[in-house]
Design a protein around this ligand. Structure first.
Ligand code: NAD
Length: 437
């Protein structure tokens, strides 16, 4: 099948490369000319395991091509996916101007039937607006369909998630659109949820809101654990082994970040409001998430007394492991608050330091965790990278000025670190003592 993907970012490029790998002819369009120039050489401008190799391979096989011109993609393809960004506006609403602009350009380029699919995460009823815009800007009376096919991949495991999804959700309004998408997804072995446009749109927002709710729920339980001396990891296991609940997304920590959960939660609250429903449950989820970040800062303060001129080492900047994505990462807010309080912040991340350099003023960067620890009063873990799991803590202790670890991801065993002489504070791991006790 001939496919066009508009927006060659974390979702669009993965979608394009994976569909091309299945034998489809794919053209990816992006408005960023630098990105397209690099992609034409097989270079990907963000870190996603395996993606650069897949892009290069399919480029070589001539199944994947790149352009900055939407018209070119529309002319060559029967199915057009829109995978542009839908960032939050200051009031939390999803900014859909890129989706609207793309629809206008598609409408102007259409000369034959096309199926336009929303892949970006959008509020319910966006499909209706897309149809309206396409109709308004189309020159001749050309038939088209709009469909919704939300994406559930996770950065860091995007290729596997895309090719082996838990389910494929397709919202359509016509038999023709249904057949085209069914055909395209035929090679995938996953349950297909065929529905109307609005239900498909709601499935995506509801899924992310539910995942965010699980995280905030366990973080609230973690706070109770700290008050009574319980261990949230044991509590989460005991709760999660109930198959109706499940253990996934029950990891207490510094809270969720990234380009999906925070903005989608906010956008879901906003669209509910517009539809006349106060989604107070999700407002509490958001509040708990914000409290987690503040709580972590308080933990640093309780160990170091004053933050002014204290050297704080941040282990991990990306919002999750195996990505260099810093969008809405907890590290941004935490580092900014530490710096404002006068701390000297140094950071190390295996992949995200290049991206961080442009975003974090006054932060210095170390080449590895040991250089990071030199002279530090405290290490703060913000991303659970695999390579942080087996650090040489005896060596770290010798390098640090004060042996303090604030573990925002519960990566380490509290007892082992305490035995080595560290003051260790996790999330929901026993009674929280300050340095004086
Ligand atoms: P991204 O920023 O990585 O990619 C978006 C791309 O669209 C960029 O390359 C940008 O240059 C391009 N673009 C913007 N306006 C354009 C235009 N008018 N014409 C052509 N290209 C344009 O974003 P992303 O992370 O891929 O997210 C895209 C959508 O997918 C969002 O709605 C997001 O919520 C959703 N989503 C993201 C993930 C994820 O893990 N990142 C997962 C599922 C869904």
């Amino acid at each position: 099948m001939e496919i066009c993907i508009i927006g060659a970012g974390h979702v669009g490029l993965v979608t394009g490369a994976c569909f091309a790998d299945l034998g489809n002819q794919v053209i990816c369009v992006d408005s960023d000319p630098k990105k397209i120039t690099r992609l034409k050489k097989g270079k990907v401008s963000f870190y996603e395991p395996g993606l650069e190799e897949l892009v290069a391979h399919n480029l070589k096989q001539k199944r994947l091509s790149f352009t900055t011109r939407i018209a070119e993609g529309v002319q060559k393809s029967q199915v057009i996916f829109i995978a542009v960004g839908t960032p939050p506006q200051p009031d939390g609403d999803a900014d859909l101007t890129a989706v609207e602009n793309v629809c206008q350009e598609i409408a102007q380029a259409i000369t034959r039937y096309r199926l336009i699919v929303e892949k970006s995460t959008v509020p319910v009823e966006t499909g209706k607006w897309m149809r309206h815009t396409l109709k308004a800007f189309i020159r001749k009376k050309v038939p088209f369909d709009v469909a919704s096919n939300p994406e559930f991949l996770r950065e860091g495991s995007a290729l596997k998630d895309f090719t082996h999804p838990d389910r494929i959700v397709i919202g359509v309004e016509s038999q023709r659109a249904r057949s085209l998408l069914r055909e395209l997804y035929k090679p995938f072995q996953a349950p297909l949820v065929m529905t109307d446009l609005e239900s498909a749109e709601l499935i995506k927002h509801a899924s992310n809101a539910f995942l965010a709710t699980k995280i905030s729920f366990i973080n609230a339980v973690a706070t109770l654990c700290e008050r009574v001396g319980a261990d949230v990891e044991k509590v989460a296991l005991g709760v999660g082994l109930d198959h109706r609940i499940g253990t996934a997304f029950l990891d207490a920590g510094v809270g969720f970040g990234g380009f999906c959960l925070p903005k989608d939660l906010e956008a879901f609250i906003r669209i509910a409001e517009k539809l006349g429903y106060d989604f107070s449950l999700l407002k509490a989820v958001k509040q708990i998430n914000e409290d987690q970040r503040r709580g972590l800062l308080q933990k640093v303060e309780r160990q170091l007394w004053n933050l002014k001129d204290k050297k704080v080492g941040i282990l991990g900047l990306a919002f999750k492991p195996d990505t260099d994505d810093l969008r809405f990462a907890p590290s941004l807010e935490i580092i900014s608050s530490l710096s404002k309080a006068g701390a000297q912040v140094r950071a190390f991340d295996p992949q995200a330091m290049e991206a961080a350099k442009g975003l974090m003023n006054g932060v210095t960067f170390a080449k590895d965790p040991y250089e990071l620890a030199k002279g530090c009063d405290c290490l703060v873990v913000l991303t659970e990278w695999n390579e942080f799991k087996e650090l040489d803590f005896k060596r770290l202790k010798r390098l640090m000025r004060q042996p303090v670890v604030i573990d925002g991801r519960n990566l380490y065993d509290a007892e082992s670190l305490r035995r080595l002489g560290f003051r260790y504070v996790g999330v929901g791991k026993g009674k929280q003592k300050d340095a004086r006790s």
